[in-house]
Ligand binder design. Structure first.
Ligand code: UGA
Length: 420
């Protein structure tokens, strides 16, 4: 359809950049890009706000609440320079009712300009961003249920309808839309904490977490995805969004609800600590002066991103136990060095996994990179100190084969395979 609009996106990070690229790709007939923000705001009909909303590090809610300073600054800037009606699209992940605050800031000066604020959260994951944008499970657009709100919402629906089937574009009120983003991430993280909690029980009972996950996942009401037991979830979103949800619940006096969701993060921390305690127990209750090689540092495979990666806290704990640490990763070494700058000198960073493992007592798999499953572990075993240990924090290796080579193997949620 013919559709002539100027679209501006403020914030070109992991979300804003690819989203705009996809809109430009799917709707080449009308897009203009500009780098001057003030001029961009004036010319725009629709403004996506996709600025950073990290966890607050200071003051009330530090460590829990979202830091909204960049977002508010953007709202004020839009208000100052706008000369005509705009649709504002919240793309950043924000606490519920932020759109209301946005409306209040935008309309705080009586200059007669109308702003319609929509919520349109992004559900894409790293490493599959373009695919998620191209064929999303759903696009969610929240608006006010006033005639103006519905008209604004319909404009955004038309943009997505250029490539997303209409039955996948769903609409709701603004608050539901804002909350759905936090809840989607909370549910995904909860699934991981659920399977990880059960992995602890499996290790005590000779049940096997992979077999349990398969049996549970075949129930179509539950589904089989996101049931891989692991060292714990990482990434910039899950923890941040759950803590944000927890903070929100506490603000409304819903302490039981807050405690429930806080449990997802607590189990995640427990899983990382349990991994360290398993290592300690397996390696004769001391890691001091033992050389341990971490296979992988990224928070998941196919990215160099290490934000909230479980490997960060595992590294710190191992150094606390006075182990010597070697870290290898195909893409995340530069970030790993930056993350561990304060313990510089106590950690070696080695690109090649074979080289990294030489002289080590143990290997601990932190990231599910395909390349690790394809390594020649016979060769690696020869170069390691004995007894040699493997702690597979992602269950990606062939444990029987490793055991036959001579390793003592400790998977997550499965009985260990040991030679003593
Ligand atoms: C997540 C969500 O999946 C996206 O839908 C959401 O849009 C995004 O956050 C966001 O809010 O921006 P992402 O953080 O890129 O995406 O990564 P995920 O693929 O969800 O993985 C998160 C963590 O869970 C990783 O550390 C991963 O290794 C771990 N994980 C995942 C498991 O331990 N087990 C699983 O079965 C699945």
């Amino acid at each position: 359809m013919a559709f002539e609009k100027n679209i501006l996106c403020i914030g070109a990070g992991y979300v804003g950049g690819p989203t705009m690229a996809m809109i430009a790709h799917q709707c080449p007939q009308y897009l203009f890009f500009s780098t001057g923000i003030d001029q961009g705001i004036q010319e725009a009909d629709i403004i996506f706000v996709s600025v950073n909303t990290p966890t607050k590090t200071f003051g009330a809610g530090a460590g829990m609440a979202a830091d909204l300073q960049y977002w508010e600054k953007t709202a004020r800037q839009i208000r100052e320079v706008s000369r005509s009606h705009k649709i504002i699209v919240e793309k950043s992940t924000l606490p519920v009712k932020t759109a209301l605050a946005m409306e209040r800031i935008l309309t705080a000066t009586a200059n007669g300009i109308r702003f319609d604020v929509l919520s349109n959260p992004e559900f894409m994951a790293e490493g599959s961003g373009i695919q998620d944008l191209e064929t999303p499970d759903r696009v969610l657009i929240g608006s006010r249920e006033t005639p103006e709100g519905v008209t604004a919402r319909d404009e955004l629906v038309e943009i997505y309808a250029n490539w997303v089937p209409r039955e996948r574009i769903i609409t709701s009120n603004v608050w539901s839309s804002e909350l759905s983003k936090l809840v989607s991430n909370a549910f995904l993280a909860q699934r991981i904490s659920s399977i990880n909690a059960i992995s602890a029980l499996c290790e005590k009972t000779e049940a096997d977490i992979t077999e349990v996950a398969r049996a549970v996942g075949m129930d179509r009401r539950l589904g089989d995805r996101f049931l891989n037991a692991s060292i714990g979830f990482g990434g910039s979103c899950f923890k941040k969004d759950i803590l944000n949800l927890v903070y929100l619940c506490r603000q409304y006096g819903l302490d039981e609800v807050a405690d429930y969701w806080d449990g997802v993060v607590r189990i995640n921390d427990y899983q990382k600590e349990r991994f360290i305690l398993n290592m300690l127990g397996a390696m004769f209750n001391t890691l001091a002066a033992k050389r341990i090689c971490l296979f992988g540092f990224a928070f998941k495979a196919d990215t160099g991103d290490t934000r909230e990666s479980p490997a960060i806290s595992v590294s710190r704990r191992l150094v606390e136990e006075r182990a010597e640490l070697v870290i290898t990763d195909p893409r995340a070494l530069a970030n790993a060095e930056a993350d561990l700058a304060d313990i510089q000198g106590l950690v070696a960073f080695v690109e090649d996994p074979y080289e990294a493992a030489v002289g080590c007592d143990a290997i601990a798999v932190m990231t599910e990179w395909d390349i690790y499953a394809a390594l020649d572990f016979r060769n690696i075993y020869e170069t390691m100190r004995k007894p040699a240990f493997i702690f597979d924090g992602r269950n990606i290796l062939d444990h029987e084969e490793l055991f036959e080579i001579g390793f003592n193997v400790f998977p997550v949620g499965k009985p260990p395979l040991t030679h003593f």
